[in-house]
Design a protein around this ligand. Structure first.
Ligand SMILES: CC(C)(COP(=O)(O)OP(=O)(O)OC[C@H]1O[C@@H](n2cnc3c(N)ncnc32)[C@H](O)[C@@H]1OP(=O)(O)O)[C@@H](O)C(=O)NCCC(=O)NCCS
Length: 178
């Protein structure tokens, strides 16, 4: 019989489907059908953090490495993606537990970590701060301004003065550059 105790699982994207075959359905349900194939691709290529209860995946977040320039200095940034808790399990600290793990991982591995969210309050308790900078993506045709993402970016870093950054540029990717 499956244990009802929570298990913390971490793995690479190569191992993901083996350990969490329902990941795609899980994310789609957690985001109420608003989690595209591009969102999924954006969440792959790094480290995944999950909580499993009774054999069921109930929480997930991943961290991928992205090349991002902040005021013209290039950084290898840990970028958090696909943070989600199954609807039936919300409000029971699973979101907090998964983000604590992700935050600890980012602090240990990256000088700078970033994420994009509309739920800033959820992340502030772990030390993430809002970034008041203009966002751009680097495309084959040059820099493209992504003004609609300016308010979403958050930063985790001990590097001084970065919160005063004026310009942040990421390499373009499929959809949802940030
Ligand atoms: C956001 C989400 C991951 C939170 O998961 P959860 O398991 O309910 O979170 P917790 O139970 O650990 O709550 C932790 C704290 O964050 C608060 N919180 C939860 N959702 C929040 C939100 N959207 N904004 C601000 N605070 C939030 C809770 O009130 C709680 O505060 P408390 O400790 O003072 O009571 C979950 O609601 C979810 O999966 N939402 C859909 C997907 C999503 O929006 N992901 C994040 C997108 S960037």
């Amino acid at each position: 019989m499956a244990s009802s105790e929570e298990q913390f699982v971490t793995c690479s994207s190569e191992e993901l489907l083996l350990l969490a075959p329902s990941i795609r359905v899980f994310l789609n349900e957690a985001y109420e059908g608003d989690f595209s194939d591009s969102d999924y691709e954006n969440a792959l290529g790094g480290r995944h953090f999950m909580i499993v209860v009774g054999g069921h995946l109930i929480a997930h977040a991943s961290v991928v490495t992205r090349s991002i320039s902040i005021d013209d200095t290039a950084w290898s940034v840990g970028y958090v993606e696909a943070v989600a808790v199954a609807a039936d399990f919300r409000g029971r600290t699973f979101g907090r537990q998964i983000m604590q793990q992700v935050t600890d991982f980012c602090r240990g591995k990256y000088a700078i970590a970033m994420l994009s969210t509309g739920e800033h309050g959820f992340y502030e308790r772990f030390g993430w701060v809002r970034l008041d900078a203009k966002t751009f993506v680097e495309t084959a045709n040059g820099l493209v301004r992504t003004e609609e993402d300016d308010d979403c970016l958050m930063l985790l870093s001990d590097v001084s003065d970065l919160t005063n950054a004026r310009r942040v540029v990421a390499l373009d990717r499929s959809e949802n550059p940030w």
